[in-house]
Design a protein around this ligand. Structure first.
Ligand SMILES: Cc1cc2nc3c(=O)[nH]c(=O)nc-3n(C[C@H](O)[C@H](O)[C@H](O)COP(=O)(O)OP(=O)(O)OC[C@H]3O[C@@H](n4cnc5c(N)ncnc54)[C@H](O)[C@@H]3O)c2cc1C
Length: 312
């Protein structure tokens, strides 16, 4: 049975594999390593799993990728989300998979050929369910869109889930893996054969396999092992808006405006919205980021700049 603990000082211990970072990627990695029969220890410097980038996400997943490698990963991941209870072997887990699709919308005529091309590519590389939707159908099927919306790509299998439940589901189902909270990696030792130990502020773990799942801190962990990983870290944000707008259906898909890069999806009692700010500068990884109080207003403006544009 896996264990999530805050360990006392442990001197030197041994593991087949050490996973650094307890976000969704680390937790899933520890799950699969333990399933492969490896004695696995995950170390997380914070006091809980799923508490840094994973907690900040809008939690969406999609199958619409034009690169085959990405599509293969996404299709396998979505199939896993759809059967999560069986995968982790815990019937009581509910990761709240909500499949209402991703709708990539444009009101720019020049983008329409690219959208059609993307859908052809989805079909060529074997993504089921992807469709191009022209203007007339678009407004019939998604009446909340602004009148000037011209076309979209859509796949009803895309959607969102609870990343918190998924992260803890992987951890709970991870065989006899150990999850050490409040344990910070301070160094990685190497010898002629490669990695040989992970130093933490609680002790040393001898191992020949380290998986770097440190999210925004992955570059710093890489440096500990002598690797220069070409990563840039950029702050991203989201806003939750409580709203009683009657033209906002709770059954709406995750809707992305391809022109101004705003996006939104329904969330209990309102919506989550955001946009990718092209002017946001790179910044070093941080455990706490300042709240940007203008972001919510700017996000609303992006997804709903004027009444006539509507939510697109
Ligand atoms: C606003 C926003 C919206 C997003 N929306 C989506 C979305 O809809 N869909 C999607 O797929 N992705 C989305 N993302 C991206 C997604 O959140 C991340 O890709 C994902 O959560 C990364 O998970 P992770 O486990 O790699 O990293 P994290 O969740 O950041 O976990 C890394 C962990 O490593 C730990 N760590 C770091 N250094 C050390 C150390 N020295 N010792 C011990 N532990 C350490 C950290 O404390 C942290 O808990 C979004 C991101 C943001 C910010």
């Amino acid at each position: 049975m896996s264990e999530i603990t805050i360990p006392k000082e442990f001197g030197t211990i041994t593991a087949d594999a050490v996973v650094i970072g307890g976000g969704i990627v680390g937790s899933a990695t520890a799950f699969w390593l333990s399933k492969a029969g490896m004695k696995t220890i995950l170390v997380e410097k914070r006091d809980a799993l799923s508490s840094l980038t994973t907690a900040a996400s809008v939690e969406c997943f999609r199958t619409q990728f034009t690169e085959k490698s990405m599509a293969d990963l996404a299709l396998a991941s979505v199939a896993m989300f759809e059967n999560f209870n069986d995968v982790v072997g815990l019937p009581g887990i509910d990761i709240h998979v909500t499949q209402r699709g991703y709708l990539f919308v444009t009101d720019d005529e020049a983008q329409l050929p690219d959208l059609k091309k993307a859908v052809n590519q989805y079909h060529t590389i074997g993504i089921p369910g992807a469709e191009y939707i022209g203007k007339d159908d678009l407004h019939k099927r998604f009446p909340f869109l602004a009148p000037q919306a011209l076309g979209a790509t859509f796949n009803n299998r895309d959607g969102w889930l609870s990343t918190h439940e998924a992260t803890y589901g992987f951890a709970k189902g991870a065989g006899d893996a150990a999850f050490y909270m409040k344990t910070q990696v301070t160094g990685i030792q190497t010898d002629s054969r490669g990695v040989c130990a992970v130093n933490t502020d609680k002790g040393t773990i001898s191992t020949r396999l380290v998986v770097n799942c440190a999210g925004p801190f992955a570059g710093i962990i890489g440096k500990m092992a002598g690797l220069d990983i070409p990563l840039r870290t950029v702050r991203r944000q989201k806003a939750y808006i409580k709203t009683d707008l009657s033209d906002l259906p709770v059954s709406a898909p995750f809707t992305v405006d391809l022109v101004n890069h705003g996006y939104w999806r329904p969330e209990a009692g309102g919506l989550l919205c955001a946009w990718v700010d092209p002017d946001e500068p790179d910044s070093p990884p941080a455990d706490e980021l300042p709240t940007d109080w203008d972001f919510a207003a700017e996000s609303i403006h992006r997804v709903y700049p004027e009444k006539s544009r509507g939510f697109m």
